[in-house]
Design a protein around this ligand. Structure first.
Ligand SMILES: [Cu+2]
Length: 141
């Protein structure tokens, strides 16, 4: 009995070390005709007491996926690659147009509206989360 209690306590303490992350509202924009890049958006909800750092993403449907940020440089909208997207404890970070986003390069097949693109997100602590991102149209400007 004593041994059972010890194991339970160990498992409980191990679980509290893992970050609790939820991904919601994942979408991938259907590329414009003749274009081979697309953007992906979602929200990262961190319900744990530790920061979560998204450091990589990949998809079997694309040659390459990068983490990007939009920023204004000298009044011009630029995109830059970022090494990670940090979500503070009990905070939510939104990847959205004009801000943080996934950049997806060279789809291996045409993307149809409402298809679900498999994407794997990798966090600094080794945690991996699989996401099915819905293909949506780029809104008209
Ligand atoms: Cu980008």
């Amino acid at each position: 009995m004593r041994r059972f209690i010890f194991i339970t306590a160990f498992v409980a303490s191990f679980q509290s070390m893992a970050t609790d992350i939820e991904i919601i509202n994942a979408t991938v924009r259907q590329p414009l005709p003749e274009r081979t890049v697309s953007a992906g958006y979602f929200s990262i909800i961190n319900t744990s007491s530790q920061a979560a750092n998204l450091v990589a993403a990949s998809s079997p449907w694309f040659e390459k996926v990068e983490l990007h940020q939009h920023s204004y440089v000298d009044g011009m909208m630029r995109m830059e690659h970022v090494d990670g997207i940090v979500v503070a404890p009990n905070q939510t970070v939104h990847l959205q147009p004009g801000g943080l986003h996934l950049m997806l390069f060279t789809p291996k097949q045409p993307l149809q509206l409402d298809q679900r693109v498999p994407i794997e997100l990798v966090f600094e602590n080794g945690q991996k989360i699989s996401v099915a991102a819905v293909v949506t149209k780029i809104p008209k400007q």
